[in-house]
Design a protein around this ligand. Structure first.
Ligand code: URA
Length: 263
């Protein structure tokens, strides 16, 4: 992806290099089946600096030290699908969908609520996920919002001006970068740069407006486009170049992490 030294958790390296699931990678490490530089490491979350591993063995068998070719897919998540690898209470998880489509060793950037729909990026590169989702980089996301009640134009202007200044909710500052009214459903197009839990719903709830449908239409430089609901499509070479350039140009925004912590 880029040449900056990146620290990765051991389980992620084992997952990527062996193709097992995240849980399996963590189990194998905890059971003492993984040796790094000929030493058994039992902590799945042990930090590993890229380039510091000269040998990696799983059950005595060498694993490739080469990271697999980074791949990114856009996915149009459907409402009802839970962004979780596994969940004891919900069978309809993104993890299950990916495994059934043969995506082993993949994860995603950009969680969505279970009832939300739209763009999620699926990738085998943890560095891409880290860069796109870490609060300090303030990567922009655009949402289409359907409301139970549509405010009139004057009310909407007031609400959006307040949203841009920022509102306090649960000790956090929530803010939009852009907000536009479309006049018909979807009622609003909202751009946010942080990724707090239920952020869009909380922003509207502050003004007693209920979000009844929510769709993410872009994340950083990647747009959902006309991908059909449930569809998964690999980014082509040009799209990957654009994404890689976007990621290498990212730098922490002043106060990004502090703002995300609500400070
Ligand atoms: N904001 C929300 O309220 N939900 C999402 O899934 C994403 C952003």
């Amino acid at each position: 992806m880029n040449n900056k030294a990146v620290e990765t958790k051991l389980w992620r390296i084992v997952q990527e290099r062996s193709g097992v699931s995240r849980r399996k990678a963590q189990d194998l490490i905890a059971r003492g089946e993984v040796d790094v530089n000929k030493v058994t490491i039992r902590d799945p979350f042990a930090p590993v600096l890229q380039g510091s591993v000269s040998s990696l063995h799983l059950r005595g068998q060498p694993l490739s030290l080469e990271a697999p070719q980074p791949r990114v897919y856009r996915h149009n998540k459907q409402a009802g699908v839970l962004c979780s690898h596994d969940d004891p209470h919900c069978g309809n998880t993104l993890g299950r969908i990916l495994r059934s489509e043969g995506f082993i060793g993949y994860t995603w950037a950009g969680r969505l609520d279970q009832d939300a729909e739209g763009l999620v990026l699926i990738t085998n590169d943890g560095g891409i996920v880290q860069r796109l989702t870490h609060p300090s980089y303030s990567v922009r996301k655009v949402y289409h919002v359907w409301l139970a009640r549509f405010p009139n134009a004057q009310e909407a202007r007031k609400i959006y001006a307040e949203m841009k200044r920022g509102i306090r909710d649960d000790n956090q500052l929530l803010r939009v970068i852009r907000a536009e009214t479309s006049g018909r459903p979807p009622h609003a197009v909202i751009t946010i740069a942080e990724g707090r839990k239920h952020e869009v719903k909380r922003l509207f709830a502050h003004f007693r407006l209920e979000v009844v449908r929510l769709r993410r239409v872009s994340l950083g430089p990647v747009a959902l486009g006309n991908l059909k609901p449930g569809g998964i499509a690999r980014l082509d070479r040009t799209e990957m170049e654009v994404l890689n350039r976007f990621i290498s140009d990212l730098s922490p925004t002043p106060g990004g992490a502090r703002r995300s912590a609500g400070l």
